[in-house]
Design a protein around this ligand. Sequence first.
Ligand SMILES: C[S@@+](CC[C@H](N)C(=O)[O-])C[C@H]1O[C@@H](n2cnc3c(N)ncnc32)[C@H](O)[C@@H]1O
Length: 386
Amino acid sequence: MTPAARVAAAIGVLDDCLGGMPVEKALLRWSRASRFAGSKDRAAVRDLVFGGWRRRRSAAHAGGAETGRGIMIGWLRQHDTDPAAIFTGLDHAPAPLTSEETQLSGEASPAIRHDLPDWLWERFSRDLGADADTSAQALRDRAPVFLRVNPRRGDTDAAMGALARDGVEAVAHDEVAGALRVVSGERAVSRSQAYSEGMVELQDAASQAAMLRLPLQDGQSVLDYCAGGGGKALALAARAEISVTAHDISAARMRDIPARAARAGVRIELAERLNGLKADLVLVDAPCSGSGTWRRDPDGKWRLTPERLADLVRLQAELLDQAARHVAPGGSLAYATCSVLAEENDAQVAAFLARCPGWVQRDRMQRLPGPNGDGFFLARFQRGDA
Ligand SMILES: C[S@@+](CC[C@H](N)C(=O)[O-])C[C@H]1O[C@@H](n2cnc3c(N)ncnc32)[C@H](O)[C@@H]1O
């Protein structure tokens, strides 16, 4: 496919997204209908679609219309490419620009410039103050790929060497021990020997930093109350000789944990029912808006509504209360989200402490999205007498 044909394909996919289809589904639909597209074409169309979808508002503003075509015109302008050179109408290229489309747009509102719905830009400004601008801007660009080195399978140098042999260049993270940032060859990670033999796992640096911060000693027990695919449980299990139980309301989400644990050389028990189980550390990695990770999942910021956010906040509170019952005497309860919104983080913590006066907060970590990782929040509690 020519560069212009790839843009034409991205326009169609973006139109499906604007019609309400999740971006991955829209890409899959295009991919199935485009047998002629090679792997480089598919990767290029994917990059264009995700690039445009992250910047839906600002690109549509710069392109003059909230359509796939408008977004691509604006996206090209934002990347210093004259859209007229691509929109030629020749050889599967999109039709030439109309006279309206050649006009440059006026000034955009702050919410448009930050590529957030109006109500969310208000929340960002209120909750993050001086950091709102850089956090929202970080969500407009592609996320770096981070890996967690599994100490059971080797150290950072060994992992970087193994990755390099398979065409993946990675460097040590500046501040998170055992985290690597992939510099080139991202798409080769999942085919690399280092990955298939459990020496590295895909995990954002902020999640890694949070898991390293939780106190753990050999012999202790950990309950991951919202384990999902087990990313956090694996990170904790690799740190010490502990027994880890993974639980989730959805057994299907935990399906891959046994294979991931075997690859990583750790043991994780799965528990659909907890029957009064108590653990020294109970982690609630709660369902949340994902607002710290929207560069990986741009659908999130366009689909979230105030009502959905309120539902999530209610669920998070219920999960904290349920999980607290599983903390063993002297143990800790940890609450984590990959959100930057105060309602899901500090306000949730304050509400928990107000509801449950026996508990005190022992730790707090907040990271904002940027070059060093995603947005992430962690709070840790203990009973007052512990
Ligand atoms: C943020 S994700 C967890 C991600 C996971 N810890 C990881 O590191 O890959 C939140 C998880 O909470 C689970 N969940 C939602 N409601 C729940 C409930 N009532 N009890 C337990 N888990 C629940 C969801 O199924 C989802 O897997």
